[in-house]
Ligand binder design. Sequence first.
Ligand code: UD1
Ligand code: UDP
Length: 364
Amino acid sequence: MKTVTVVGARPQFIKAAMVSQILRSTPNQEEVLIHTDQHYDKNMSNVFFQELDVPQPNYHLGVGSHTHGVQTGRMLEAIENVLLKEKPDWVLVYGDTNSTLAGAIAAVKLHIPVAHVEAGLRSFNRQMPEEINRVLTDHASDVLFAPTQAAIENLHREGISEEKIYLVGDVMYDAALHYGAKAQQTTHILEQLNLSPQGYILTTIHRAENTDNPVPLKAIFTGLAAIAEKLPVVLPLHPRTRHTLERNGLLETAQQHLHLIEPVGYLDMVMLEKNAGLIVTDSGGVQKEAFFHQVPCVTLRAETEWIELVELGWNHLIRPTDADAVRSGLLNAIALPHPSTIPTHLYGGGQAAKKIVDILTKRR
Ligand code: UD1
Ligand code: UDP
């Protein structure tokens, strides 16, 4: 069986790592990896291939950063060329980025079966580029690997045929279990940054709705600066956010108040997450990793796709309308006791990648 996997953005390298390893260690399986180069900086791309033992891509498409239409269109054309040459049994796509959508459309138009990992997530906010990518990819896919029960229900509501849908759990949970132990042994990031366990807040911000608009951007960074007077805020800065802070004249103030660092590799990130007193983010993946490592989380958005963590009290949503909403919301979160329930079944048992490979093999 030949599978073409399409990745391109940071979270996809992490999501694909476990599935790729299992695919490549199973007899009679061949994986061909396409990297669209949606992310291309060393610390947004290469570092993950090195650390997570993801095999080097067979194809680099060199697409880079553009408007949505140009970026997705260039990917579509280049992926189609590879698929025509490779003639795979499956095209495997992950998550909700432009690379995901391009991979799914290229395949479905050539009548090559598409499998979508992390299917069924919805924010119900059609302003988010990710929401459009998810809905279109799910409806173009032949097999949908849902991580949660809520995702299954979303797919049923949209009328997607039952026989295409599988509840497999979350490949990011597989990765957190697998690499969590390795991180503990290999990284020294806490010492390097002079941080003590539970003595800091870990933050990531990159969502388009929080960075393209100066109102939430300013609210978030002013609110974080106020909190940093109580507890240091460590923030590995996504290149998108660095650019928009610069454009809006906010970078220098942010540097004065916050511990801004370059984006880190996954193993360093896991260590920073495990030891944080609180995680504040607008990332999809980081919200869940906070829960995997039992660290309370605040998500700076109006809604989330991972609603089960909000219902359980592990994640609190704060809409970053102004600096005071951010500051007071974070102060409340710091004061709250940890939730007493830690359900371990929410994201599967760490076997999602194996289930995915088994199902692809069976359905070929
Ligand atoms: C993309 C995904 C988002 C995902 C995120 C993960 C889409 C529409 N968005 O958002 O769903 O959560 O990746 O991190 O697919 N840049 C660099 N170097 C890089 C990559 C990006 O400088 O290696 C800068 C460029 O200025 C670029 C900007 O970041 O224009 C945004 O990059 P892009 O890939 O378009 O979107 P992300 O915000 O990264
Ligand atoms: N991550 C990382 N280094 C960083 C920031 C994030 O390794 O400096 C990891 C994080 O642990 C998670 C993934 O990147 O596994 C999340 O990616 P991101 O927040 O970029 O995208 P999203 O999940 O929102 O799509």
